[in-house]
Write a protein that binds this ligand. Structure first.
Ligand code: GDP
Ligand code: MG
Length: 163
């Protein structure tokens, strides 16, 4: 496919909201409860004249914690296999969770570049929560707010610099 960006992470961190912002659509369904997006949703994006595809992952129905973790694992492994750039979305309002650690463990072995996106940085105070994400071992967290759009231009710059 060429220039494919995959968005991964645990539920409710804002993957679909970020997908909609990057693709300037409302394709992905954003919901207060996890499990409403289809498994994988593809869209197109363009930045500085460079086109790329974006895949949003993680819209499954939660039956049990086991199935849930297995589904996340599956989506992350797929992303590692097919994506040219991986956006690992975490949530500055919630901090690091066990699921974040599990996802990070897989992503640390990825050959493609991983950009850790510290989403929900709606204001400057929330930036102070971001250093916690260094413990995931994936480098610098990039603070954005998918809702306000803050930081997403810089994120796009970074994404296209990786192709
Ligand atoms: P997903 O499960 O990772 O796809 O997360 P969603 O995109 O469905 O978002 C989950 C919840 O987080 C929704 O209520 C969103 O409105 C909210 N959300 C997403 N991005 C942001 C953000 O930048 N700031 C805040 N405050 N909330 C956000
Ligand atoms: Mg979603």
């Amino acid at each position: 496919m060429g220039n494919l960006v995959a968005i991964v992470g645990r539920p409710n961190v804002g993957k679909s909201t970020l997908f909609n912002r990057l693709t300037k659509t409302r394709q992905a369904i954003v919901n207060e409860t996890a499990g409403t997006t289809r498994d994988r949703q593809y869209g197109k994006s363009e930045w500085l004249g460079r086109e790329f595809s974006v895949v949003d992952t993680g819209g499954w129905v939660v039956n049990s914690d086991d199935i849930f973790e297995e589904e996340i694992r599956k989506q992350v492994l797929l992303a590692v296999e097919e994506a040219d750039v991986i956006l690992f979305v975490v949530d500055v309002m919630n901090g690091v969770t066990d699921l974040d650690m599990q996802v990070a463990a897989i992503l640390r072995r990825a050959k493609s570049p991983v950009i850790m996106v510290a989403n929900k940085t709606d204001n400057h105070e929330l930036q102070y929560n971001a250093p916690e994400f260094y413990k995931l071992g994936l480098g610098d967290p990039y603070c954005v707010s998918a809702i306000t759009g803050s930081g997403t231009g810089d994120l796009m710059d970074l994404i296209v610099s990786k192709f």
